[in-house]
Design a protein around this ligand. Structure first.
Ligand SMILES: O=C(O)C1=C[C@@H](OP(=O)(O)O)[C@@H](O)[C@H](O)C1
Ligand SMILES: C=C(OP(=O)(O)O)C(=O)O
Length: 428
């Protein structure tokens, strides 16, 4: 799909899409709980749909209602005789999906192949090969990549893991331990993306499982607990909304609803960057009103919120001077090598980006040019280019623009709703 975004002013009101990070975790918790859970305001992005498919394959029943999913879980108890997980599960293109559902699937006493497609096939999975055998799970990969083959059941034990590559492996272990662990501790060295772990713990507590954590280094499970089926409403997504907030900050004014400023989501940190860049903001409890201000370069550490790089680059491209964003090394293993992809695609639009060790320097305010860009099959690159187009000197044509479906299928519609000029051409 090719999408052309033409320069335009932003004005309007929009409701943030549901958070895929929250939705995927809720689906996993509902699978792990015995009984019927209701997930309201569900996400329908590809990553969310993949999570629902995996939950079904692991034995849950999933029914779709008008604005909710009903998930009846089976508890995923190790060796439960009635439990019949499928022999293959497919996590689509979701990094969180595969890293979260693998330890959960390993709770079953059966051989399971875990696969995915697209960019997921190139993302590192060696972690499981190192860690799962310590928990009595046999695990093989194809040279550290997909498909994974596992044979459980997983037995939670005291374990020390490395959290520097991704927090998602820890999320998976925490979720799986929650179903069966008793008096054990996970110790994590050098954890990155910490707020995502806060979100995991918050979600687990919502479904009745409590974990004592110390400094995001030690996670202790006391008495044996069980996930309790219940109701959960998915929060608005700060990661996707960051693009809308930046769109308003560089090209007009918008009101974005359903954003909880008290959320555990790491990407609410976009508010700090917007403020530092000089955007005018009125944050309410669940609505952000934001308007263009005199934009200036800013410094930001995105080590713990790596998904903010693409919207931050679109913001920085409009700020006169050099913006410094720290944490580039976190981007190498996302849907694309995002530091390099941003450099390449924004370069086509006339914005120079330097990558210096762990820092990205964006030389903004030099004028954004209309250009032909490519998403590299990375949803956040497509969205960043669309936002940059708003203040370009001509249309920006985005190839492979359907990449947005991974996290935010409503994105182009939402951009139009607040004044974006978007035209969509399906390739024959
Ligand atoms: O747990 C999650 O929902 C996520 C964690 C982050 O990954 P890392 O922990 O690998 O940084 C983030 O980039 C990803 O989009 C979603
Ligand atoms: C990297 C992302 O997701 P995941 O790792 O879950 O595929 C993302 O949404 O930008």
């Amino acid at each position: 799909m090719q999408v052309t975004v033409s320069p335009a002013s932003i004005k309007g009101t929009v409701t943030a899409n549901p958070s895929k990070s929250a939705m995927q975790r809720a689906v996993a918790a509902a699978l792990l709980a015995k009984g019927k859970s209701i997930i309201r305001n569900p996400g329908l992005s590809n990553d969310c749909l993949a999570a629902l498919g995996v939950a079904e394959n692991l034995g849950a029943t999933v029914k779709r209602g008008e604005d909710y999913f009903e998930i009846t879980g089976n508890g995923m108890q190790p060796s439960a005789a009635e439990q019949q997980p499928a022999s293959t599960i497919n996590c689509g293109e979701s990094g969180l999906g595969i890293r979260m559902f693998t330890p959960i699937a390993a709770l079953a006493a059966s051989a399971i192949t875990i696969d995915g497609h697209g960019s997921l096939a190139t993302r590192p999975m060696d972690f499981f090969q190192e860690v799962l055998p310590q928990l009595d799970v046999q695990c093989t990969t194809q040279g550290g990549r997909l498909p994974l083959k596992i044979q459980g059941p997983l037995h939670p034990k005291d374990i020390t893991i490395d959290g520097s590559l991704s927090s998602q492996f820890l999320t998976g272990l925490l979720m799986a331990y929650g179903a069966t662990a008793e008096d054990v501790t996970i110790t994590v060295k050098d954890l990155k993306s910490k707020p995502y772990i806060a979100l995991t713990l918050q979600l687990m507590a919502h479904f009745g499982v409590k974990v004592e954590q110390k400094n995001f280094e030690q996670f202790h499970f006391g008495k044996k607990q069980a996930y309790k089926a219940g109701e959960y409403t998915v929060e608005g997504d700060w990661s996707g909304a960051a693009f809308l907030l930046v769109a308003a900050a560089v090209a007009g004014k918008a009101e974005v609803h359903h954003l909880n400023t008290q959320s555990a989501q790491s990407d609410k940190a976009i508010l700090t960057a917007l403020e530092d860049a000089g955007a005018q903001m009125m944050p309410g409890m669940f609505t952000i009103i934001i308007e263009k201000g005199g934009l200036q370069p800013f410094e930001f550490d995105a080590t713990d919120c790596p998904d903010l790089f693409p919207p931050l680059v679109a913001l920085a491209a409009n700020c006169k001077g050099t913006t410094k964003i720290k944490g580039v090394s976190r981007l190498a293993h996302k849907e694309s090598d995002r530091g390099v992809t941003l450099q390449e695609e924004f370069g086509k639009m006339g914005i120079r980006i330097d990558l210096q060790e762990d820092e990205m320097l964006v030389h903004g305010g030099t004028g954004i040019k209309g250009a032909n860009v490519h998403s590299h099959n990375d949803h956040r690159i497509a969205m960043a280019c669309a936002v940059a187009a708003l203040t370009a000197d001509g249309p920006v044509v985005i190839e492979n623009a359907e990449a947005i479906n991974k996290s935010y299928p409503e994105f182009y519609e939402h951009l139009q709703q607040i004044g974006g000029k978007v035209s969509i051409a399906q390739h024959a």
